[in-house]
Design a protein around this ligand. Structure first.
Ligand SMILES: N[C@@H](CCC(=O)N[C@@H](CS)C(=O)NCC(=O)O)C(=O)O
Length: 202
């Protein structure tokens, strides 16, 4: 199995963490869609990472699809519940985590435009999505150990990958002080060996 991605992408990290948690061996192909001459579009016509090439040569892209593919392999531990409605609820939380991350990516890209082209309204709009999303996660977490049910799931992985990337790109952005439950939760998740082995490097 071959994973195409960059060492900084939060979506790629989600898949690296899942592979490590399950102990599935894989080859990592370090290719960034932002680098000239990259080969990402040969695996994903959208030119985005992660993309995964299975042992039979089939290609999957978009991290939730890759994560679903990994679940089909039936390797312990499962990162999704068994009940279909519960699966949907975990995936809803994954979508929320990915959506918060997507908003932060738009914010980052806006800050990389020439100063005179940057639009404060775009940043404000994305910050609003992040703030509302993080508040919803804080409210949901309460005193629970995990984002969904009594066990570690893909929702926890997606949220920690997103927030670690937000810390990496926006170290001055304080999302923690008004969200103590989420701050404690993310610290616990980031201490897992699968996260310690996948810290983003510039
Ligand atoms: N929804 C996608 C998002 C993937 C994504 O946006 N990846 C970024 C890297 S962090 C990328 O490849 N961007 C290149 C581009 O947008 O052209 C997923 O979950 O896989």
């Amino acid at each position: 199995m071959k994973l195409i991605g960059s060492l900084t992408s939060p979506y790629v990290r989600k898949i690296r963490v899942l592979l490590l948690e399950k102990g599935i061996p894989f080859e990592f192909v370090n290719d960034s869609p932002w680098e000239p001459g990259n080969h990402v579009a040969e695996f994903n016509p959208l030119g985005k990472v992660p993309a995964l090439v299975t042992d039979t040569g089939e290609i999957f892209f978009d991290s939730p699809i890759l994560a679903d593919y990994l679940e089909t392999l039936g390797v312990y531990p499962p990162e999704l519940p068994t009940d279909a409605l519960e699966v949907l609820r975990v995936k809803q939380l994954e979508a929320l985590a990915d959506g918060i991350t997507d908003a932060a990516v738009v914010w980052l890209l806006e800050t990389r435009r020439a100063a005179e082209k940057q639009d404060a309204a775009v940043i404000e709009r994305q910050r609003g999505k992040m703030e509302r999303g993080l508040d919803a996660v804080e409210a949901r977490l309460g005193s629970h150990e995990f984002l969904y049910g009594g066990q570690f799931s893909r929702a926890d992985i997606a949220m920690a990958c997103g927030l670690a990337w937000i810390d990496f790109r926006f170290p001055a952005y304080d999302w923690r002080s008004s969200r103590p439950a989420l701050a404690a939760h993310i610290a616990r998740v980031l201490a897992r060996p699968s996260f310690e082995k996948t810290i983003p490097v510039a």
